[in-house]
Ligand binder design. Structure first.
Ligand code: QV4
Ligand code: CA
Length: 471
């Protein structure tokens, strides 16, 4: 009997290290900020046929909607509840995507943000991705429900209530990470609500979770939480399969909290991997490619069967999180492809490829002022202008810009187009053909402004330019 218990415990303890991929596939891709409908199509047309084991998706839970800056990608790391609606789609679209991806052998791993709710400065109201009411001021999240009693503030020993010193393990777990309201995960009630959220996703067919901000949760609480999770849905996974768990813990050394506190209960992100590989491929600090002969544990990384590895992630590809200047990203295309190719070829760790979107960077004193920009799928109606009469203009994100003159006099004005600098063909009076404009053209300055002139005598007194009509 004792042997049986040992075997089952061993089975339990090893299970959440197993990604549950079909046919032993060894790589997943992070489709950061992709919409559920687009992921479903991508599973069927590309990821399934090309041997991807799965997709990490952006947080599907209801989050705050931030307007300053405008709808940043990071608003999805500020939950206000666990309803399944977000910029990527609603619950039905999520369910459909999970089904379609599973049906072509591509697993879905959910980015679970369960250490906290929204920022303390999140205000109150229904500025949320499903429109649910919340009040960050008094920690009231009725859609769960969570109340003031479900947060850690009483256990935080800093003046600000925020984490102020990463050398103090109690602060790191019990205080607010950049002001994010910190959940009390030692409470059965809170664990129960979080487990309900994750179990709903498991029952919908997901294969596991990236658990966000694990450094900020006690391993003991996480271990209890993982034990509350259902087995995977037997429609797609063998009976008794446990959810794959990979925990975000940034450990580059130098802090009292280390990866090995967590890799007994699930895999852990190995941030040393991308930082070191970037140095090697860039040939910085005297590093040479030939040095990777003993790549893996020989370089001080955690045991291979505990590690989730990547070249860059959604944080450090845009200067958030950790890894520093050596991190290779799509901006360094030639070196980046070598790094990704090496990672996928080498046996160390379970590998994750990064796939997100391009944004216009704007460095000021070495800091990208646009590091917050969300995905292009969201094209806000913005840069509205009017003259109080019958002349108007507006843009659609950074993709399009249109101006109308329906007054009985000329329009002549400098306007913000929302578009990157360059020369654009007006697609009302003509179009872009063989590298030139057959009609009018509009010159947009580096500041995104353009001087627009439209006579009220014109046959078509309006102008339209867009990203694909740029010379
Ligand atoms: C601001 C002030 C705070 C103030 C607070 C009051 O900076 O001092 O107390 O307002 O409300 C955004 C803003 C940040 C703001 C915060 C709360 O950038 O300025 O604080 O919201 O309003 C992402 C982004 C963060 C973003 C956060 C929440 O990176 O910039 O903060 O989402 O929207 C550590 C952790 C590690 C973490 C990493 C970034 O150990 O776990 O920092 N990585 C994960 C995710 C990451 C995400 C979070 C954790 C939080 O990968 O994407 O942060 O869920 O290393
Ligand atoms: Ca915490």
């Amino acid at each position: 009997m004792k042997l049986l218990i040992l075997a089952s415990l061993l089975g339990l303890s090893l299970a959440q290290f197993n990604p549950n991929t079909k046919d032993g596939k060894t790589a997943i891709v992070h489709l950061f900020e992709w919409r559920w409908a687009d992921i479903a199509a991508e599973c069927e047309r590309y990821l399934g046929p090309n041997g991807f084991g799965g997709v990490q998706i952006s947080p599907p839970s209801e989050s705050i909607v931030v307007t300053n800056p405008w709808h940043p990608w990071w608003q999805r790391y500020q939950p206000i509840g666990y309803n399944l609606c977000s910029r990527s789609g609603n619950e039905d679209e999520l369910r459909d995507m999970i089904t379609r991806c599973n049906n072509v052998g591509v697993n879905i791993y959910v980015d679970a943000v369960v250490n906290h709710m929204c920022g303390a400065g999140g205000g109150s109201g229904t500025h949320s991705s499903c429109g649910s009411y919340f009040n960050a001021n008094n920690k009231d999240f009725p859609t769960v429900p969570f109340s003031n009693y479900d947060f850690n503030d009483g256990k935080c020993n800093t003046g600000s209530g925020n984490i102020e010193n990463y050398q103090d393990v109690n602060q790191v777990r019990n205080c607010r990470l950049v002001g994010l309201l910190d959940l009390a995960l030692e409470k059965d009630y809170v664990r129960g609500k979080v487990a309900d959220y994750m179990n709903k996703l498991i029952d919908m067919g997901v294969a596991g979770f990236r658990v966000d901000a694990c450094k900020h949760m006690w391993p003991g609480d996480l271990s209890v939480l993982y034990g509350m999770l259902h087995n995977l849905n037997t429609k797609w996974f063998s009976s008794g399969s446990r959810p794959f768990i990979f925990q975000e813990v940034i450990d580059l050394g130098g802090e009292p909290i280390t990866s090995n506190e967590y890799y007994g209960i699930g895999r852990v992100t190995e941030f040393k991997y991308g930082a070191k590989l970037g140095n090697i491929i860039r040939k910085w600090n005297g590093e040479k490619l030939s040095y990777v002969k003993n790549w893996g544990e020989g370089w001080g990384f955690m045991p291979s069967d505990k590690a989730l590895v990547f070249v860059d992630n959604h944080d450090n590809q845009r200067g958030h999180g950790a890894g520093g200047a050596s991190i290779l990203t799509f901006w360094d295309a030639r070196l980046y492809k070598m790094a990704v190719g090496f990672m996928l070829a080498h046996p160390y760790g379970f590998t994750r490829v990064m796939s997100s979107y391009r944004w216009d960077r704007n460095f000021v004193n070495g800091q990208d002022q646009n590091d917050w920009i969300g995905p292009p799928s969201y094209e806000p109606f913005s840069n509205w202008w009017d003259n109080g009469s019958n002349q108007i203009a507006f843009s659609r994100g950074s993709r399009g810009f249109i101006v109308f003159n329906n007054d009985d006099w000329d329009l002549s004005v400098s306007l913000s187009t929302g578009l990157p600098g360059g020369t654009y063909c007006d697609v009302i009076s003509g179009q872009k053909e063989n590298g030139r404009c057959t009609g009018k053209q509009v010159d947009v300055g580096g500041d995104g402004k353009a001087t627009i002139r439209i006579s009220n005598q014109e046959e078509d007194p309006f102008i339209a330019i867009h990203a694909d009509s740029k010379l």
